[in-house]
Design a protein around this ligand. Structure first.
Ligand SMILES: *[C@@H]1O[C@H](CO)[C@@H](O)[C@H](O)[C@H]1NC(C)=O
Ligand SMILES: *[C@@H]1O[C@H](CO)[C@@H](O)[C@H](O)[C@H]1NC(C)=O
Ligand SMILES: *[C@@H]1O[C@H](CO)[C@@H](O)[C@H](O)[C@H]1NC(C)=O
Ligand SMILES: *[C@@H]1O[C@H](CO)[C@@H](O)[C@H](O)[C@H]1NC(C)=O
Ligand SMILES: *[C@@H]1O[C@H](CO)[C@@H](O)[C@H](O)[C@H]1NC(C)=O
Ligand SMILES: *[C@@H]1O[C@H](CO)[C@@H](O)[C@H](O)[C@H]1NC(C)=O
Ligand SMILES: *[C@@H]1O[C@H](CO)[C@@H](O)[C@H](O)[C@H]1NC(C)=O
Ligand SMILES: *[C@@H]1O[C@H](CO)[C@@H](O)[C@H](O)[C@H]1NC(C)=O
Length: 551
């Protein structure tokens, strides 16, 4: 997030300041209501069924070391009436089984997959292929996918799609590689120390962390943050003292904590961006890049995130790119085009989301800034936002190739937000995000209260247990909302991870018996932020959360 100039301060200059906007909306009492535009279109509904045939590699990028084992192409065959990206009319039988399609995947006429059988209306069906016939190169391969549907007695129909397959040469000596597992959206990385090890899924948990006056003046804080169990550290720029920056990054390598490198102030200056990417790209601690910080809030040029993304890939190419969007619905596609990971920073704790205390105006879909764009003023604003992001990713055909992360509110007593969240509220935000598809939580901002730090550390401590389920390509996911209890269930084999949070500020219970096949007996608790199992029920304190492995 970014700190906007306070009303009081600006008031003095109002005469000379031109109208300012946030999410494209005027927010100063002196400015008129002007619709912001940039809304994500509602997909048209077709009267005929459509097939959205899509393909994507299972891993991005592949490396020469991957040649010895099968690589994978993920196939989606959604049958829908929504006119989403790539959807084409399909004649399906009025009755009975939908049947399957036969899939061919090729690069420059070289067939990677022939006759792959994929059921119609399926998702993430992985077809194995060999990289052996391809020579690694910097530019992504253009993959052509085609699907033929020939139900008995009907004319064959063919559908086409494309994908970018990244099969890179080995990185320069010393440079780390962060892969994305597009089956789950999770990152895969070797240890941040650079001393070897295997690729493991990482569900990053940590904080945007003050640099000047904090990390830069006490390097031992890096050790402390690692000891608290956090896996990622996101220093907040500016980084005026490059010696101090180098020392902090080096200490991160020594203790083995991943770096999320923030270029918010420079990402639109491609000369400066190049300098920073070249400065940092060879640190083994580097997990991923971060460009725009609420670029939609400040209405950065619509091509800004993509221009930065392309340059980062040109200069590095071995680490994904992230950014955070603050607006509910403002040029989402344009800004998200320039990222691999789109984060949301919905801050809805304690602020008045319909009346701006900073600007003394109402907040509506066309006007005002209340610190949470188009929010209702509850924790569900977070899950609503992630659900919208997930829907838009699907509509745009980006649901395999881009992932979502959350930014829990770890601050308050400032600007729009009179209260600082409690530690339990912090965990509730995080669990809610994860249950709605976030594969990382990086909170604004450290240092924060001991209550939040301790609770966040408890969540971080549970991550290795959670990761085995959430980042498992074989997991079957179910979501349940029971009253104000939000539950995510990941089943791998005979075991199920139950991750649950009570969004209400009062006690609650969730009956595990309400989910078919679940048995509380023998449950192992892996996260305790005010929840426990009693009999067949998970019992929650107000805004309590818990994680349990059943089976
Ligand atoms: C396709 O799958 C979805 C989700 O499982 C389901 O709701 C829908 O009815 C299916 N469509 C057809 C035509 O079977
Ligand atoms: C893939 O296609 C794009 C767009 O047509 C093109 O710019 C790019 O050069 C192609 N990449 C390769 C490796 O052929
Ligand atoms: C630096 O941080 C460490 C770890 O939190 C702390 O123990 C130490 O007191 C700090 N030193 C100073 C000078 O603030
Ligand atoms: C920059 O950081 C280094 C290392 O922490 C420190 O020795 C130096 O005094 C700092 N320079 C300035 C101008 O603050
Ligand atoms: C862009 O960054 C370069 C390199 O840091 C700097 O020299 C230049 O002044 C910057 N340009 C603008 C317009 O800020
Ligand atoms: C990016 O968009 C801006 C307008 O917002 C335009 O001036 C600029 O030329 C564009 N840059 C490129 C490289 O397309
Ligand atoms: C928000 O502020 C308005 C105006 O002061 C007030 O009427 C309303 O009750 C407040 N809403 C909440 C949820 O506090
Ligand atoms: C939750 O309820 C308690 C007890 O009624 C109250 O003190 C506290 O302010 C409430 N917290 C929130 C965030 O509403």
């Amino acid at each position: 997030m970014q700190i906007r100039p306070a009303a009081v301060l600006l008031g003095a200059f109002l005469g000379s300041v031109s109208a300012q906007t946030w999410c494209g909306k005027n927010y100063m009492a002196s400015s008129p209501v002007v619709p912001p535009g940039g809304q994500f279109p509602v997909p048209a509904v077709s009267s005929k069924p459509l097939l959205a045939f899509r393909c994507a590699p299972a891993i991005k990028p592949y490396l020469p070391e991957d040649v010895s084992s099968p690589a994978g192409i993920l196939i989606d065959t959604f049958v829908t009436n929504s006119e989403i990206a790539g959807a084409e009319p399909i004649d399906i039988p009025a009755l009975g089984e939908l049947g399957e399609v036969l899939v061919t995947v090729s690069v420059d006429g070289h067939e990677l997959v022939t006759g792959g059988v994929v059921p119609l209306n399926a998702t993430k069906v992985e077809l194995p292929f060999s990289l052996a016939g391809l020579k690694p190169q910097k530019a992504a391969f253009n993959v052509s996918c085609s699907a033929t549907y020939a139900p008995l007695g009907a004319k064959a129909q063919t559908f086409k799609s494309t994908a970018a397959l990244s099969f890179l040469p080995d990185p320069p000596a010393g440079r780390s590689v962060t892969k994305m597992d597009l089956r789950t959206g999770a990152l895969l990385a070797k240890p941040a120390t650079g001393k070897g090890g295997s690729y493991e899924p990482v569900l990053p948990t940590g904080f945007y962390t003050n640099f000047d006056g904090y990390l830069a003046s006490n390097i031992s804080l890096v050790d402390q943050i690692k000891a608290e169990g956090f896996t990622v550290l996101h220093p907040i720029p500016t980084f005026d003292n490059l010696t101090a920056l180098a020392e902090v990054v080096q200490r991160m390598e020594e203790v083995g904590i991943y770096l999320m490198y923030d270029m918010r102030w420079i990402y639109m200056n491609l000369t400066g961006l190049a300098e920073e990417v070249n400065r940092i790209k060879d640190s083994p601690a580097l997990l991923l890049w971060y460009t725009g910080d609420e670029p939609d809030g400040t209405s950065d040029p619509l091509n800004a995130t993509t221009l930065a993304y392309d340059l980062i890939y040109e200069l590095d190419g071995y680490h994904p790119v992230s950014l955070v969007l603050n607006c509910q619905d403002y040029f989402w596609t344009e800004y998200t085009a320039g990222t691999d990971i789109v984060m949301e920073d919905v801050y809805s704790i304690s602020n008045n989301v319909t009346w701006s205390v900073e600007w003394d105006t109402p907040c509506t879909p066309d006007y005002g800034d209340c610190g949470c764009d188009n929010c209702k003023g509850s924790l569900q604003d977070i899950s609503d936002r992630l659900d919208e992001f997930a829907f838009r990713l699907w509509v745009n055909g980006w649901d395999r190739t881009k992932a979502m992360w959350g930014v829990p509110q770890g601050f308050g007593a400032a600007e729009y937000w009179p209260e600082i969240p409690t530690g339990k509220q912090w965990v509730a935000q995080s669990v809610l995000s994860i249950n709605h598809g976030a594969l990382g939580v990086v909170s604004w901002a450290a240092p924060t209260t001991d209550d939040i730090t301790n609770s966040a550390s408890v969540l971080a401590g549970s991550l290795s247990a959670l990761t085995q389920y959430i980042a498992s390509p074989g997991a079957e996911f179910q979501h349940v909302l029971a009253g104000q209890v939000d539950v995510g269930l990941w089943t791998v084999g005979a075991k199920t991870l139950v991750l649950a949070t009570n969004l209400a500020n009062e006690s609650a219970a969730f009956d595990l018996g309400s989910v078919r096949g679940l048995e509380a007996a023998g449950a192992r608790q892996v996260l305790d932020s005010g929840a426990s199992i009693q009999g067949q029920k998970v019992v929650f304190e107000p805004t309590g959360s818990g994680g349990f492995v059943l089976g």
